[in-house]
Design a protein around this ligand. Sequence first.
Ligand code: NDP
Length: 433
Amino acid sequence: SARDPHQPEFMQAVKEVMNSLWPFIEKNPRYAQHGILERIVEPERIIQFRISWVDDSGQVQTNRGYRIQHSSSIGPFKGGMRFHPSVNLSILKFLAFEQTFKNALTTLPMGGGKGGSDFDPKGKSDAEVMRFCQALIIELHRHLGPDTDVPAGDIGVGAREVGFMAGMMKKLSNSAASVFTGKGLSFGGSLVRPEATGYGTVYFAEEMLKHAHQSIEGLTVSVSGSGNVAQYAIEKCLQLGAKVITVSDSHGAVIDKAGFTHEKLAALIELKTQQRGRVEDYARQFNLVYEAGKRPWHVPVDVALPCATQNELELEDAQTLIRNGVRCVAEGANMPTSLAAVDAFIDANILYAPGKASNAGGVAVSGLEMSQNSQRLQWTREQVDTKLHAIMRDIHENCVRHGSEGKSVNYVNGANIAGFVKVADAMLHQGIF
Ligand code: NDP
């Protein structure tokens, strides 16, 4: 930490992984050799650059762009781009570090990376977003390639932004090779990619509950966030007969005791993706309770799915959820639960899944998008969804294999050890550089 004194999120992510690995490495000392631990926490390469673009009023705007190429040990760098004013080096380094282990867990050959900008797409016109994306790629294109680095979406980066970036990439490289995933269906995108992270999170929660001889059917669920991951987590919950009673955004939470219906969900998706509105407008539309500035964790539920952002569920929230009888917490977002809150869940024997296991469905289907692009084929919805479901089951089994402690499963240890072993083995075989 002396090296990175101003990177609290990165330190938090490294600490969590190292806490899990320590007892494992004491039993398997070969993984402490050849500087594996020192090397695995250091990104292979970081690119930071200026992005200047002209807004609709003719003013020049300047943002900061980044790409963290964390690890290529098991495949090309792979991970999303995030556009949000809070983006900084610490947040992207934590995300790239986590991504490396997550991608290893998917069983697909993908290394880890992450990138983004402090650009805020909110309130910008389509033309401004396009000019910004093009300006970003004018620099980043030289560092990307189908076998080098393949970015995707994340917070603030959806189909629109990926389309603009992939378009400029094609123009500058004079090649149709696929260097983005999450593309539109008309130019190489995969069916089920938009749904994949949310669906996968619920598939994972279902597996945890099954392993504990319970079913998700009939349970009540709180979801935080209202973006891509939240929307499709809600859809899968509805399909499996669970009742979702909350959503939120960065301004507040909506509580709906009657629960989501397919009709309400369609309205929420329309509002968030087409009109780029707020959940407050959604609450008004359906006459629901809206709590400004609040998170949804005080509402009693059986299952909690944090799907918004990092550190949105803190110790006090965890204690409230536990007091209210929560059984299962599966992260759709990356590191939404603070370290103290994670410990509280584990101490209380709650089924708790860290994002690197439970939200890996998104990057897994990105991997399947790359396979389809290489084959020059498009698989059906059923084919992709079946593979996604199988991958989530595999990740669950792998967590159980490495995380079983007596009768219970520590999914944090399971995911960290399983992901680490794959990356470390690849590093050991390829020599020191
Ligand atoms: P979106 O941009 O579609 O949605 C983000 C949601 O989180 C919005 O509801 C947003 O509210 C809320 N949010 C963002 N920042 C904050 C903040 N600082 N405080 C409170 N709420 C906030 O992003 P995604 O749904 O794609 O991503 C959500 C999470 O899932 C992220 O942690 C991401 O890294 C993770 N993830 C995403 C994957 C994917 O495939 N998309 C894959 C794996 C993980 P508002 O509308 O007010 O901004």
